[in-house]
Design a protein around this ligand. Structure first.
Ligand code: ACO
Length: 377
């Protein structure tokens, strides 16, 4: 195989057709289920976004009520899953490890194994898994899900034990809608690969959690918040950026495999975060964030001329999720709580018109070695 045939990281290779989302990386335009991301993110409830991905249309009010009630009825977890989450919390396992363990058990006791039922179950149960783990981490008893609250509201309720105000629900919902799907990113590709073997949707979502965990994909917003807080305290964004780049480190929250302009999701989340910081009377912190973005983008342009390293989704995710009261230890898990809608929709789409995903590798090892018995080595 020649070097030209080798594509490390599958960059620029199309391996699936999808109607779920479209990214124009040059223009910085993201379309989800046919809608510009800002239109969907600002207006939809999370249940409407997921219905749109599953059914390729918006639900009528009756369909929405039915879908919402169906998801709400699938939220509860049993004592055996709670025990695993309690143990994960006691051992200080990161939230994404706990979510992976809980996800793997998502079809326990459901009595169903159809792809659509599995998809609804994992979407419905992810917030319960994350919130249950978090309550144990905080030394509190888990809060039972409430069927009368919509998805985002119930998630905040299970996390904090209090019914959230509408502004927090709306902020979280804007986030959940913004990141619900994003082309064939690494975790979505994983989900499609799993079901392409005719495996099941719960396995696909579990494997996708493992893929999302890494800092090059979903693990950046926690470090972004630490970075923003430390710059806010030091008041020296230039010094921070210079120090990082001179040490050969990456600035978290900048750069993207596909976008060569500012990630369009950053604008949606920036607007939502601005509202929060304004309402919370903490516009000082928000000013620091804005000023840091300008400093960092300028420094990155000098550091990597021609590479166009701009703000990615994780940058304002940190600001927004912190604003609505999601603890930073749960930022990546919160990303999964949203993206599971995209993963499962992709898994169903893959199953609809399946072809086993099976690329090639370029072998760079030896040929024709001859075997030496162990006592002669
Ligand atoms: N800070 C400093 N330099 C950077 C950054 C950054 N954030 N991003 C890329 N670069 C540099 C790289 O060091 C590389 O330089 P080199 O050619 O001298 O090695 C060059 O720009 C190209 O980088 P690649 O690694 O080829 O870019 P790739 O497309 O593989 O990576 C990625 C994209 C992983 C997101 C990268 O920009 C990065 O590590 N960013 C920081 C982590 C982050 O914010 N992750 C969240 C991503 S958003 C999401 O997945 C939801």
């Amino acid at each position: 195989m020649s070097d030209e045939d080798l594509n490390r990281g599958l960059e620029g290779i199309r391996v699936a057709e999808t109607r779920l989302s479209d990214i124009d990386g040059e223009a910085g335009v993201l379309t989800i289920g046919g809608f510009p991301v800002d239109d969907l993110a600002r207006n939809a409830t999370y249940e409407e976004s997921v219905f749109l991905l599953f059914e390729d249309r918006l639900p009528s009010s009756e369909e929405l009520a039915e879908f919402r009630a169906d998801l709400a009825g699938r939220r509860a977890i049993g004592e055996e899953v709670r025990a695993v989450l309690r143990r994960a919390a006691e051992e200080d396992k990161p939230a994404m490890d706990a979510l992976r363990m809980g996800a793997a058990a998502a079809n326990l006791g459901t009595g169903e194994s159809e792809p659509e039922a599995d998809a609804r179950r994992v979407v419905a149960v992810f917030p319960t898994i994350v919130a249950t783990y978090w309550r144990y981490r905080e030394g509190e008893e888990p809060v039972e899900p409430r069927e009368d609250l919509r998805h985002a509201a119930n998630y905040l309720y299970m996390l904090n034990g209090e019914e959230p105000d509408e502004a927090a629900v709306r902020g979280l919902e804007t986030y959940l809608n913004t990141v619900v799907d994003h082309g064939l990113n690494a975790s979505t590709f994983t989900a499609r690969t799993v079901v392409s073997t005719e495996s099941d949707v719960v396995s696909a979502a579990t494997a996708a959690v493992g893929t999302l965990k890494g800092p090059l994909h979903g693990g950046a917003p926690g470090p972004v918040l630490d970075m923003l807080r430390s710059i806010h305290e030091s008041g020296d964004p230039e010094g921070y950026v210079r120090g990082k780049l001179e040490a050969g480190e990456r600035l978290m929250g900048f750069g993207h495999r596909v976008y060569r302009v500012r990630d369009p999701r950053a604008a949606v989340l920036e607007a939502a975060a601005a509202e929060f910081y304004d309402e919370a009377g903490d516009s000082d912190f928000f000013e620091t964030i804005k000023a840091f973005e300008d400093t960092a983008v300028e420094a990155l342009a000098e550091h990597k001329p021609g590479r166009d390293l701009e703000t990615n989704v994780e940058f304002y995710t940190a600001a927004l999720l912190d604003g609505v009261g999601v603890p930073k230890e749960l930022f990546t898990a919160c990303f999964a709580v949203s993206r599971v809608g995209g993963w499962t929709a992709h898994a169903l789409e893959q199953l609809d018109d399946n072809r086993l995903i099976r690329p090639l590798s370029a072998y760079v090892g030896d040929h024709d070695r001859s075997w030496t018995p162990v006592d002669e080595r």
